[in-house]
Design a protein around this ligand. Structure first.
Ligand code: SF4
Length: 495
């Protein structure tokens, strides 16, 4: 067992489940050297987008367009479920939205959809969403974005009560829990409320229950979920860019703890309350810059981060370039304040996936060369500020710096829009082990040497909070500070 793991898992029992300070579930095994090995359960690795549409007309085409605009949040599988004449119609498959739904049409005026990212082990069709649950009170379909941190505990308790699981996702645990609580209370909304009392972690849910769409946001509001309206009906989506694509007017964000029933009308209920903790990483990296999350434009936040970086970490350079795409807006902000011209510097091959969300390290490294190519005439002999959103493992940046030097860059000053990432995320962004983070063991100077930059600076924590423009106590900063919003709130389970 490594030092890092010991630090994260203070108490453990071999062969059983444990909870880290953040409540994440792991399984402990002994290897041949009698060392304790921690295996994170597969269900602890989700990062996706959800969509739900209620309309006067057939929703399939809009579902397709909406999911297409959310493709950046997950590229491994996609699925749509619609409700028509008392039946749930379902189509899901591995692959990109445009491939998965080729030649497919599902009838129905309400529907939910999903795009999924997972790790390799869990990247199988059985785990693709929507999931359809059949039980004694009927059936419903569900999609989920986020990650539950007490899934192992909930799963074993549900199994003791007779639940049988057919996937390794925490989404099925949520679905079975809702079904279980529905049977107990005889009321679907009460069932969801009861389930919320037991769930810890991040979950934005969209549920297709009869013709109703039910949107649920976890009490911390960790992942985004937003409501839009058109003449034809309503939609909820992980990001507002999907509402724009559907030509819908954004109404508002689903509130933390809210259960919103959408049909011809809207009915809002409130589940268990917790301290709001919106994920900062949605603004820094994950969301599309044309989205607005919890009232803040992602584009503006990224530009603010660049302006802040230029003030906090000026550099003597001829040009500012970005690691495309998520660094571009920040680089423009840096250029605005520093008055150093912004240049494209390198071109991205848009026909391959995002490096960070490819599941295996080997694939990630190979993809850097496939994906980014410098414009030699632009960078040759130039001193540059290279702006990126974050450093996780540092391998991509190191390779990129090598490529830029190969193209003749004379100085490379790296500026990062997010403070050093040192702690794992258990809430749905795939950063699960502290071993992955170059900054968790190395000083800024050591990281600079490792990646081969001439200078390296990160936005300060205060600068990041100011750039987002929300009070610090409304944000999750756990991957930067180690202060997890769910750690002291382990619910007593009474199923
Ligand atoms: S730990 Fe980091 S990435 Fe995870 S939800 Fe919190 S801020 Fe977001």
């Amino acid at each position: 067992m490594t030092e890092i793991q010991r630090e994260e898992f203070k108490t453990y029992q071999v062969g059983g489940y444990v909870l880290s300070p953040a409540g994440v579930t792991a399984v402990l095994l002994l290897n041949s050297q009698k060392e304790i090995v921690i295996i994170m359960t597969e269900e602890a690795k989700e990062k996706c987008a959800v969509l739900g549409i209620y309309s006067k007309r057939n929703v399939f085409d809009d579902m397709f367009d909406g999911l297409y605009s959310l493709q950046h949040r997950g590229q491994e599988s996609a699925g749509i479920a619609t409700y028509n004449n008392g039946q749930i119609n379902l189509h899901k498959a591995m692959g990109l939205v445009c491939d998965v739904f080729k030649g497919v049409n599902l009838e129905g005026n309400s529907g939910i959809g999903h795009v999924r990212y997972s790790t390799t082990g869990a990247s199988i069709l059985e785990n693709a969403q929507p999931l359809v649950i059949n039980y004694s009170k009927g059936s419903f379909a569900i999609v989920h974005n986020g990650n539950i941190v007490n899934s192992g505990e909930l799963k074993s308790l549900l199994e003791k009560r007779g639940s049988v699981f057919s996937t390794t996702t925490d989404t099925e645990i949520i679905a079975q829990l809702i079904a279980h609580e529905h049977i107990k209370t005889d009321n679907f909304i009460e069932g969801i409320k009861n389930a919320m009392n037991l769930l810890n972690g991040a979950y934005c849910l969209t549920i297709l229950h009869n013709e109703d769409i039910i949107a649920v946001r976890d009490p911390w509001g960790l992942r985004p979920l937003i409501l839009g309206k058109s003449e034809g009906g309503y939609a909820v989506a992980s990001e507002s860019c999907a509402l724009d694509t559907l030509d819908m007017k954004t109404i508002r964000d689903i509130k933390p703890s809210e259960i919103l029933v959408i049909n011809r009308n809207l009915e809002s209920y409130t589940g268990r309350k917790e301290k709001t903790s919106h994920c900062i990483f949605e603004y820094v990296y994950f969301a599309r810059p044309d989205s607005v999350i919890d009232g803040k434009s992602v584009y503006e936040v990224r530009k603010n981060l660049g302006r802040t970086l230029a003030k906090e970490a000026p550099a003597d350079a001829d040009m500012v370039i970005a690691v495309p795409d998520s660094g571009i807006t920040t680089a423009i902000g840096y250029s605005d304040v520093s008055r150093i011209k912004y240049s494209e510097g390198m071109i991205k091959n848009r026909y391959c996936g995002r490096t960070f969300i490819l599941p295996e390290q080997g694939q990630r490294e190979k993809s850097v060369r496939l994906k980014l190519n410098p414009i030699a005439s632009e960078v040759n002999g130039k001193r540059m500020v290279l702006v990126d959103d974050s450093i996780v493992r540092g391998t991509t940046l190191k390779r990129l710096i090598g490529i830029l030097r190969g193209a003749g860059a004379s100085k490379i000053h790296v500026r990062i829009s997010c403070p050093p990432i040192k702690y794992p995320c258990f809430y749905g962004i795939d950063m699960q082990s502290r071993k992955e983070f170059i900054a968790s063991k190395k000083s800024i100077e050591a990281v600079r040497r490792e990646i081969g930059a001439d200078s390296l600076a990160y936005t300060s924590l205060e600068g990041l909070i100011k750039a987002i423009g929300m009070p610090k106590d409304k944000l999750c900063l756990a991957c930067l500070t180690g202060d997890y919003p769910t750690k002291e709130k382990q619910t007593k389970l009474k199923l």
